[in-house]
Design a protein. Sequence first.
Length: 458
Amino acid sequence: MSDWMTLLEVGGPLAAFGGGAAYTRARHPGVYWSTVGLPLSTVRLLGSYGSVMEACGLTVQPSRLRAFAVKATTRREVRPVPPRRGIIRPTSTGLRLRLRLAPGQEPADVAASAERLRHAWGVHAVYVKDVKPGVVELRLVGFDVLRDVRMPRKADGGHLKVPVALREDATAFVRDYRAVPHQLTLGATLSGKSMYLRHLVTGLARQPVALVGIDCKRGVELAPFAARLSALATDPEQAAELLPVLIKEMEDRYDLIKTRQGIAPGTPAEDITSDIWGLPERERPVPVVLFVDEVAELFLVATKKDEERRDEMVTQLIRLAQLGRAAGIYLEVCGQRFGAELGKGATMLRAQLTGRVCHRVNDEASAKMALGDIAPEAVMAACAIAPERPGLAVAGDTSGGWSRIRTPYLSLGDAARICQESAHLAPELPALEPFRPELPAGPVVTPAPVVRPVPVTD
């Protein structure tokens, strides 16, 4: 009887602890990682580092001097040497450590063994980042950070930089318009594309930037942000009037830059510029970001007259994409479907859009149109996005790199409130004043009719 009591006294708390750990791991993976996963993975890494590196083929033969020293002092067998390991730095989502590669190794050798390292050390994923020649950083992620997105507290923002999503390696995905001037964002209905757009608009709303929108869905996506928009077109007819104004604004800015380039013999080198960012701050025009939602609506035509208007608008979009960067005009083109069958100019426009973000799409052709020309292996990753994970996307760039990202939830009401609070930051651009959206008046409260009681008579 005493043995059973002892088992109950010992096993009961252990079972409760195991059940609590399992529940915490499923419901609160961040808490589980900080309390249980981090110590276990650190012990595994420290205890098996050398053997794991050797099993992954990441060891090299020691130098002759080291081999001679080992034989002379210990008389042990000379074993291959793993990369020198730096200090382990724990984070709220994983671990980070730097490795100094041995002679003859390259970062690709470590990246090829990332899956083996993940299993050996019991973490969710391992990512390799090239820090400098001969040094790489291992980023061990303890759990799936894209399941419940929490943006890092120290996200790298700044002028024309918006931390808009979280990467799968637990770092912030920053939309930098100075580095990537134009971008194509695709996504089917309920894929999270609108959430991505909200974060971009609200991030730029707090900055001295002119926001211009073309929303051919009668403005239902961009109209809630009207307080912060400098111009808004809600159908192809209005877009056909707005785009020439932006072209004229771009040409005027080029004239300003050219005037500044009137280089005299004694002009200092720092006063010579080829874009607006080289102009003095007092003369520099405000940057303009053009959001085009449902870009396919600009390509669709029903009559011959519509076809002429379409060709003109597409040509103007291509000109803005080709020449707008130096004038401080940036494009954010969004849509559910984008392909060569949209018509003349679609492929040429895509070629000018450096950044690519592909949410869940309805067909493989759209994923290929978004990512196939810059990162072919990312196409299958985009096609594998499940409908149960809205906001999940694949982001690529012209360097060939790509990664999975997910946008945190932001309600439309909160986004509209942020735009209203930052309405005073909307710059004055006289050319765009005719297209400035009219703010709706507050809701009219109609008093309820007074119902007088009917007297009851006998």
